[in-house]
Each structure stands twice: as structure tokens, then as C-alpha cells.
Ligand binder design. Structure first.
Ligand SMILES: NC(=O)c1ccc[n+]([C@@H]2O[C@H](COP(=O)([O-])OP(=O)(O)OC[C@H]3O[C@@H](n4cnc5c(N)ncnc54)[C@H](O)[C@@H]3O)[C@@H](O)[C@H]2O)c1
Length: 389
């Protein structure tokens, strides 16, 4: 099965993700129909797309702003989507609402249309189960902002016709994206493997091993991450980041590895959402003064190694549990969240026996399940094998 260049793409939800996905599909040459129940959201999306295309044309990045603008139509009703070849849903993150939408969609589309969900945290299988054609439902998880972020996680539900997996992957390649295939498990790849970047940083802070500025400094200066965990959580917004952590924790039946932190919960409860609200872990008002980090090399190293070991362990466990291939896990973490290097490469450089010793030391200190090493890491350490040959 292939998606023809001529198919009309339907996008439902004209918020940040839906309008970004519509932009990507338009720029790939498709006609697009964008649906939203809110007229305000549609008008907003229309104005943003118009101004984005005009700006891109002024910068010489595209020559056909008017054509692209003419290739999209906006609608308040999903009936407008009846001739689409692919519909990507990007509405509110509520299972019942998505299920009801997919059920209605299945009643109006033709029998070749594929229905995709951009959900960050819900099971694609449960969304697929709500409609008459579960075999034609798949997850296509774009990252924010969709036009700029290369990664797309392609997530087949257990009911999905396998022919659509390659078809979706090839379409994403045509759209200039970097697709990876993920099993329908909580957080898929990125939102699962990245959890310790936040969770372990918060734990180190809560234990008073270091303050936030120092933890951020360790991860940017020693780990070469673009942003430290506290800066990144403020940037993402605690309303989004904490909710993803909490959802993943619940979806994993309260596995201690994904346990949310009270420090972040309180910040969210206070309404300190991060950069967008002017205050989060840090104060973004103009006259705020940020104190200096502790730059003692030994402390910085302990922080960085502890967080990186937890990230590596998470990636290795995802590989062990067949969430994705090693290559896709590596791509997802470098392209999706811009990690300075893939976690398997990092493990090979540090040595799997060394990474295991870091985790086992944590486990022996705390006696918490949170620090259990993946059985695959243990096997690799025993045989001293490398992941990437
Ligand atoms: N924001 C992110 O960083 C991000 C990243 C990846 C995936 N996602 C996922 O994408 C989806 C959308 O997220 P967003 O950030 O764009 O949300 P958003 O709040 O910006 O936009 C959602 C839009 O959906 C519309 N809507 C709600 N219910 C609808 C319905 N029944 N029919 C039609 N339109 C409806 C709303 O009016 C709104 O315009 C969610 O599932 C989210 O988990 C978000």
C-alpha cells in the first residue's frame, strides 16, 4: 500500500499541533482540510498559516505562498473530510473525546482512508477499538513545533493492518520527516526514554545533592545537553511536562521508575507554569538575579553520570522489551529531543559494566525499584559487548 501524492489530507484540531501538521502536509504538496469545532481556533490557524507562508516566501524559503494558502480549506464539521486519503487527529488529549471522534469518522470516510492520531500518551489500540475500522487506525506522533521537528513516531495499534506501517513511514519520509516505529506502549519512545532526564534531576534536587542551577549546569557543561532539565521543564511548561510524567506513571501501573515529583507538582499547583507564565522553577522577570552554580568537577560528574545512567538504562530496557529497534531508539532521542548523542553510543563509550555499576550503586544505596538495571544491560556488562558494532 502507498499513499498517493494526490490524496487529500484531513487534519482535525487547529491548535499548535494540528496547524503545524497542516503546514507540513501543505508544504509536501497536498490539499489539506483543517477541521476544528472552534471557529476561533480555525481563524487563528488560518491567520498563522498565512503569515508563516508569507514570511517563508520573503526569506526565499518557498516561492508559492499563494498556492499553499489556496490549497487549504477550513471547516467546522468533519463531514468535509469524506474524500480524504489520510486524516490526522490532533484534538484535546482525552480518550473519550478521541474515541467518539474516531467512531464518527469511520461513518463518513471512504474505505481506503487511514485514520491517524497524534496523541502523546493515549493507547492507539484503545482509540482504534472505538471505530468500525480499527485496522485502518495508526499513531503518527509529531513533535512540537511540527514543521521544525524532524521526528515522527509511527505507532501501529495491535489491530492495525501492517501494510499501513511502511506506507505511513514512507509518507513521512516524503514529507521530509524522520519516522521511527514504536510499539503501542505508554510514552511510545521519546516520552518514555526521556523521563529520567526530568525525574532523576528532580530527585537529585530533592535530596539536596545540588541546586537546580548546578544540575542544569552539569547537564549542559558536562553532558552537552542543549538545555538543563529545570530550564527544559520550564520551557515545555509544567502543565504539559508534569501531566505527561503523571500519565506515563499511571499507564505503567505505578512503576517507581516513572514516579512524578512533588517539587514539580507544587510548582504546577502554584500556577508557575514555566517560561510562558513568567515563573516556573526559575524567575523570568527582567530584574531577577540567578545565582551561580557550584562548579566543583566531582559534583558535576556525579550528577551527570547519574542522570545519563538512568537514561541509558531506560533506552536499553525499551530495546529489551521491543518497544523499538536500537537504530530507531537512537534516532528518536537524537532527532526528537536533540540529545547530544544516542544513548546506546553513550553506553558503549562509558562501558556497559560501568553504567551497570552506577545503577547497582544507586540500587544498593536506596533499595528502590526505581534503580533496577535492565536485564539486557546486565547481560551486556557480563559479556562486555557493545551495542553499536
Ligand atoms: N503540544 C505538544 O507539544 C504536543 C506534542 C505532540 C503531540 N501532542 C498531542 O496533539 C494533540 C493536540 O495538542 P495541541 O497542543 O495542539 O492542543 P491544542 O489545545 O493547542 O489544540 C487542540 C484543538 O483541538 C480542538 N478540538 C478539541 N476537541 C475537538 C473535537 N472534538 N473536534 C474538533 N476539534 C476539537 C480545540 O478547539 C483546539 O483548537 C493532543 O493529543 C496532544 O497530546 C501535543
Amino acid at each position: 500500500m502507498i499513499f498517493k501524492d494526490s490524496i487529500i489530507i484531513g487534519v482535525i484540531g487547529g491548535g499548535s499541533m494540528g496547524s503545524g501538521i497542516a503546514q507540513v502536509a501543505l508544504m509536501a504538496g497536498h490539499n489539506v482540510i483543517l477541521c476544528d469545532t472552534s471557529t476561533f481556533a480555525l481563524e487563528n490557524a488560518k491567520a498563522n498559516l498565512y503569515s508563516t507562508f508569507k514570511k517563508l516566501q520573503e526569506k526565499g524559503k518557498i516561492q508559492n505562498a499563494d498556492v499553499l494558502i489556496n490549497n487549504i480549506t477550513f471547516s467546522n464539521t468533519i463531514d468535509a473530510l469524506k474524500d480524504c486519503g489520510l486524516i490526522i487527529e490532533a484534538i484535546i488529549e482525552k480518550l473519550e473525546v478521541k474515541q467518539s471522534l474516531f467512531k464518527s469518522l469511520a461513518l463518513i470516510v471512504n474505505d481506503t482512508c487511514v485514520l491517524a492520531s497524534n496523541t502523546s500518551s493515549l493507547s492507539i489500540t484503545s482509540i482504534a477499538a472505538s471505530c468500525a475500522y480499527p485496522d485502518r487506525v495508526i499513531g503518527l506522533h509529531f513533535f512540537n513545533p511540527a514543521p521544525l521537528m524532524a521526528l515522527v513516531e509511527v505507532i501501529p495499534a495491535i489491530q492495525t493492518n501492517t501494510a499501513f506501517i511502511d506506507a505511513a513511514k514512507n509518507l513521512m519520509l516524503k514529507w521530509g520527516k524522520t519516522p521511527v516505529i514504536a510499539k503501542d506502549t505508554p510514552g511510545f519512545i521519546v516520552n518514555r526514554v526521556a523521563r529520567p532526564f526530568y525525574g532523576e534531576a528532580l530527585r537529585i534536587f530533592e535530596e539536596d545533592i545540588a541546586d537546580m542551577v548546578t544540575i542544569d549546569y552539569a547537564m549542559t557543561q558536562i553532558g552537552n545537553f542543549k538545555m538543563g532539565p529545570f530550564t527544559l521543564m520550564d520551557y515545555i511548561g509544567h502543565d504539559v511536562n508534569f501531566v505527561v510524567t503523571e500519565t506515563v506513571f499511571q499507564a505503567f501501573y505505578y512503576d517507581a521508575r516513572y514516579k512524578p515529583s512533588f517539587t514539580q507538582k507544587r510548582v504546577l499547583e502554584a500556577g508557575w507554569l514555566g517560561k510562558k507564565s513568567g515563573k516556573g522553577f526559575y524567575d523570568y522577570s527582567t530584574n531577577s538575579v540567578q545565582h551561580q552554580p557550584n562548579t566543583e568537577p566531582e559534583l558535576l560528574n556525579i550528577i551527570c553520570e547519574r542522570i545519563v545512567a538512568m537514561l541509558i538504562n531506560e533506552a536499553i530496557d525499551a530495546l529489551y522489551l521491543k518497544v523499538a529497534t536500537e537504530a530507531d531508539l537512537e534516532t528518536a532521542m537524537t532527532k526528537g529531543v536533540n540529545y547530544p548523542k544516542g544513548l546506546f553510543k553513550w553506553c558503549d563509550e562509558l562501558g556497559s559494566d560501568y553504567v551497570l555499576s552506577l545503577l547497582d550503586n544507586l540500587y544498593n544505596t536506596y533499595h528502590e525499584d526505581r534503580y533496577r538495571a535492565s536485564v539486557l544491560l546486565r547481560k551486556q556488562a557480563e559479556t562486555k559487548s557493545k551495542f553499536l558494532q
